[in-house]
Ligand binder design. Structure first.
Ligand SMILES: Cc1ncc(COP(=O)(O)O)c(C=O)c1O
Length: 372
């Protein structure tokens, strides 16, 4: 029987929609999903094996439902790296920050409620909103991809969303958000509803600027979300977390699945946290490589958005086929970058020095081809 999605009784708002999907192509240099290019160091791999072996002995039992040891260590990491004191009660963890965001939307949004983000930004904010039955509003940005505070606060006042997403540094543009901007949007959101403001700091360890974590103090409607997928080089682990007022942590308990975070995940994340200093050393190398990409792309005559993340947005491609044609030409030279659908722009993730050289060689060859 030939049956496709359209023949199934799925929810109306999912009809005709596409799933999230960065192409996973088998090419020599993949710089398209903002992963950390460095495999975990061998001593950490050994430590993971040890901790997972230990966890395996009790896999007949459900894991610690509240992930107390892990949340305590995540809180210690946040306190140490930001100087802002948080503890177990402020931190919640789940399978990737995507799951954290989903739990927040399930708790604070859902059918009949609205979320807003300022686009271009992380497409999953809109997709997870849709998946939880939340209406999505695409708010504006300035031409330089900073948030247009006047337009954003006006949009919040007009739509009165239940959840406001602020991504800092922003994906795909790399733009960091000023604390004053977050505060202005927070005030607007409280005046309009009040609503939950989620600051997505997936890339903050790569930023030139400090984390916005301290803003959660005395602001119970402000949440900061984080991930071990980027700075910790552990995208395959699936571990994200949030920091907020303890009441927010209590609230997400209402929707989390029981035992959502496996004992293997908790053990692996704890092992990675023991090696924080080594992993943050790789972050320093990646920041230097990110800055090199910005400098070299600008020297080649590209427009490059200032980046506080482990990737760089470059353009502008206005010719025939626009950015997508250039994406294909770079791919033809064995390097996969990302076309996020932002007209005129592409995004490249900072890889190892060798991978970045391969990318720069590809765009140099492209420039040569265009000028001949
Ligand atoms: C801004 C932003 N937030 C969250 C995520 C999701 O990360 P995780 O792997 O923790 O689900 C990403 C992943 O690319 C991202 O770009």
């Amino acid at each position: 029987m030939n049956v496709n999605i359209d023949d199934l009784p799925i929810r109306d708002e999912l009809r005709g929609k596409s799933p999230y999907g960065a192409p996973q192509l088998d090419v020599p240099v993949r710089l398209n999903t903002n992963e950390n290019p460095y495999p975990l160091p061998e001593p950490l791999v050994e430590r993971i094996a040890e901790r997972v072996r230990e966890a395996a002995r009790t896999l007949n039992r459900y894991p610690d439902r509240d992930a107390v040891e892990l949340r305590t260590e995540l809180a210690a990491y946040l306190t140490r790296t930001t100087g802002h004191q948080v503890g177990l009660a402020n931190v919640w963890a789940a399978n990737g920050s995507n799951e954290v965001l989903q739990q927040l939307l399930q708790t604070f949004a859902g059918p009949g409620r609205l979320a807003i983000g300022f686009e271009p930004s992380y497409s999953m904010h809109g997709l997870i909103s849709r998946g939880t039955g939340t209406g999505w509003i695409s708010g504006p940005r300035n031409d330089d991809f900073t948030i247009d505070v006047a337009a954003a606060t006006a949009a919040i006042a007009a739509h009165r969303p239940d959840v406001v997403f602020i991504t800092s540094p922003n994906n795909p543009t790399g733009t960091a958000v000023e604390a004053e901007t977050v505060l202005a949007l927070y005030e607007a959101a409280q005046a309009a509803k009040p609503s939950l403001v989620v600051v997505d700091e997936a890339y903050v360890e790569f930023s030139h600027r400090p984390s916005l974590l301290s803003l959660i103090e005395d602001r119970p409607h402000l949440v900061v979300s984080r991930t071990m997928s980027k700075a910790f080089g552990a995208a395959g682990l699936r571990l994200g977390y949030l920091a907020a007022h303890p009441a927010v942590v209590d609230a997400v308990q209402l929707v989390r699945l029981p035992y959502h975070l496996s004992a293997v995940t908790q053990a692996t994340a704890l092992a990675a946290l023991e090696h924080t200093d080594t992993l943050l050393g790789y972050v320093e190398q990646l920041k230097a490589e990110r800055d090199r990409l910005v400098t070299e792309l600008r020297a080649l005559g590209y427009e490059v958005t200032d980046s506080d993340a482990n990737f760089v947005q470059f353009g502008r491609f206005t010719g025939e086929g626009g950015a997508h044609t250039v994406w294909q030409k770079i791919l033809d030279r064995g390097v996969l970058v990302r076309d996020n659908g932002v007209p005129g722009w592409l995004r490249v993730t900072a890889g190892t020095p060798q991978e970045n050289d391969a990318f720069l060689d590809a765009v140099r060859a492209l420039k040569k081809e265009q000028s001949s």
